[in-house]
Write a protein that binds this ligand. Sequence first.
Ligand code: ATP
Length: 250
Amino acid sequence: MDEILKVENVRKQYGGRYNKTPALNGVSFSVKRSEFTGIMGPSGSGKTTLLNVISTIDSATSGNIILDGQEVVKMNANKSAKFRREKLGFIFQDYNLLDTLNVHENIALALSIQGERPELIDKNVENIARTLNIYDILNKFPYQISGGEKQRVSAARAIVTNPSLVLADEPTGALDSKSAQMLMETMQTINLEIGATILMVTHDIFSASFCKRILFIKDGVVFTELVCGSDTRNQFFDKILNVISLLGGL
Ligand SMILES: Nc1ncnc2c1ncn2[C@@H]1O[C@H](COP(=O)(O)OP(=O)(O)OP(=O)(O)O)[C@@H](O)[C@H]1O
């Protein structure tokens, strides 16, 4: 497996000369193609900042980030908007679906913006909807579906463009435990069956136990990492719990 993402000694400081807040203090790690990696760490440890600098929503103060061969840190605004559209998929805690579009249109939007042919768009949307078990709700609007279904629609929307990397920030944060389990099974499907590379921030050990590797962030650096290897999900859950106890909780 080749490396799709390389994060090298990335620092991020918020504020000006007199009110500096260091958020990232030299983070380094890499992610291989088709890996499902989790990021865990205490509140304020820099997890969201890390996703934001990888996705060019925010700029790093120093360091280097290379995604699919492109240097992210030096991109100008025009290039980074195109980069986000073409290379990244996003799944947020609050879904971010457009209320005036139905499920099919929400999933199709990025492909329409890219100017894909309507027949191809329909085919892609329908294929993903079947895989993620949301085919029957394609004509419904976001207000007519459950939170769990909304999040599976967000997952479909995130991968319909076949992005190099899917970034998920607390995707199960607003879900009850049954919907959270269904979403994590969905994430596993897009990882194993579609081969999507996923980087997911979560506080939730159950959600994290679906990952193949967890990076633990503390005070803006990678403190340690755990690899699932041949562990069962329950064994991996226990190992994650141990590291979190060592960190003094999340
Ligand atoms: N826009 C900002 N301006 C100034 N400081 C910020 C800003 N965003 C984040 N910070 C600070 O940077 C640090 C890291 O924040 P970040 O949101 O990345 O943490 P986090 O690990 O995602 O936390 P949580 O788990 O609570 O969401 C914190 O000290 C936070 O207060």
